[in-house]
Write a protein that binds this ligand. Structure first.
Ligand SMILES: [Zn+2]
Length: 443
């Protein structure tokens, strides 16, 4: 519906905002869904009607009446699921073979924060188009380019997934970098040093002030990793603002200290063995394993990578048999020629299939578990009356063949159509100003 706003009205910004709001809330969208999948239970409901108003689901069922004047979207030949989640990505980091030989230390010198924010927009759009309506973004994003992306999406400047972003990674001196003394300043802003209790508290508060929604720490990147007591301080300080703590873990000892401290999630799985998995299961700690598949383009295929991949899938099977909570996660932060960030991410399906996870289980891990590890499941994610209208559709049944997810043809985010019939239609996401009214306060 076109709205003609007279110049005299344009001067009265509050009035024009009210007009926009009233029109948006009146419009009802109805979707005819052929097969509606509930990934939590694995059940399928056929021939459902979804009503959406003001960006949220208002009715779901087989006998829902479509109001007169509603915009009707036909997905009667498709399978519809909630949006997918990558629980560990770095949208504002893209290291490359040329020129930096895939060393992100050099990327941090070569690519400015503004450029990396633009990369994040581009990567976010490819993720959304592939069906990822939510991304947990865990740092290495220059000077809060991740917050800039999240705010840009929430204010309506650009389309993108819902972001749960960490701001700067907090670590003991140096983070994951090994600079020479005369280049010590390069540690920041990829990492925020915090070596004492006071510095830990201040680093957590700094991240929260600048827009972090989860706190990411280096548990054991250096020989002077955090103690369990120090990690308890991270957890309690973050909890004051309702945030959880995600820990990058690369040693068994670090994993056991993080588990003892009651961290929310352990990022990466290389150091997790049967004992660690059992302890994680007991405490309900998430395994965000970032299980890289063995591919020609990424790891290469040889005896060494075959052995490494076997360890990866053995670890996934061990975690499952111990009842550890698992999330789909990738650590994608690099450029593979001729592949989008989303295509790189979707190739991680290979790891889950190699570890004998069945399609319904993988779909649940990529959706239900994703909202849970993002700590947002009661606010967004499931297709449920009252929640924001995010959903995806595809022709194939992902409960039978998980690779159907590689061909998502329809994406809705917050009740707006982002992709239809396989083509992106992002125009409705570009507002050229903050929207809804008052959203300039989002930060
Ligand atoms: Zn990472």
């Amino acid at each position: 519906m076109a709205i003609v706003i007279q110049p005299v009205v344009m001067k009265t910004k509050i009035f024009s905002a009210v007009v926009f709001c009233a029109v948006a809330s009146a419009q009802v969208t109805a979707i005819r869904v052929g097969h509606l999948i509930d990934p939590e239970t694995g059940r399928v409901a056929d021939n459902q009607i979804l009503l959406i108003q003001d960006g949220r689901f208002t009715a779901i069922g087989a006998n829902v009446a479509i109001p007169a004047g509603a915009e009707v979207i036909d997905l009667s030949q498709s399978y519809v699921t909630p949006g997918l989640v990558d629980a560990h990505n770095h949208l504002a980091l893209t290291y490359k073979m040329d020129p930096e030989n895939n060393s992100y230390y050099l990327t941090s010198v070569l690519d400015s924060t503004p450029l990396r924010a633009i990369q994040a927009v581009s990567n976010g759009i490819t993720m959304l188009a592939a069906g990822f309506t939510m991304v947990r973004d865990l740092g290495n994003n220059a000077n809060y380019a991740d917050t800039a992306l999240r705010v840009g999406i929430e204010q309506g400047w650009v389309p993108g997934p819902t972001l749960i972003n960490s701001g700067l990674i907090i670590g003991g001196f140096g983070g994951q970098f090994y600079p020479v003394p005369e280049r010590e300043s390069l540690i920041y802003p990829e990492y925020l040093n915090a070596d004492t209790n006071d510095e830990i508290i201040k680093a957590v508060r700094r991240n929260i002030l600048y827009g972090a929604k989860v706190i990411k720490i280096c548990v054991d990147c250096k020989p002077y990793g955090y103690t369990a007591d120090e990690m308890r301080l991270f957890v309690s300080e973050a909890a004051k603002a309702g945030l959880k703590v995600a820990g990058h873990v690369q040693t068994k000892a670090g994993a056991m200290r993080a588990i003892e401290a009651g961290i929310w999630s352990i990022e990466h799985s290389g150091a997790l063995d049967d004992e660690a998995h059992k302890a994680m299961a007991r405490k309900g700690i998430w395994r965000v394993g970032t299980e890289t598949p063995m591919t020609e383009y990424h790891t290469g295929v040889n005896d060494r990578t075959k052995a490494a991949f076997q360890r990866t899938i053995d670890g996934m099977k061990n975690a499952r048999s111990n009842g550890v909570k698992m999330a789909f996660s990738t650590d994608a932060d690099y450029y593979i020629p001729n592949m989008t960030r989303a295509q790189v991410v979707l190739d991680f399906l290979k790891s889950w299939k190699a570890a004998d996870f069945q399609a319904p289980e993988i779909l649940k891990i990529m959706t239900t578990n994703g909202y849970l590890v993002c700590d947002i499941a009661d606010k967004r994610g499931p297709i449920k009356v009252g929640l924001p209208a995010d959903l995806i559709a595809m022709r194939g049944n992902p409960l039978q063949d998980i690779d159907a997810l590689r061909s998502v043809s329809f994406v809705m985010k917050d009740g707006l159509v982002f992709k239809k019939d396989g083509l992106m239609t992002p125009e409705t996401f570009f507002h050229s100003g903050p929207t809804p009214p008052g959203s300039w306060r989002i930060h």
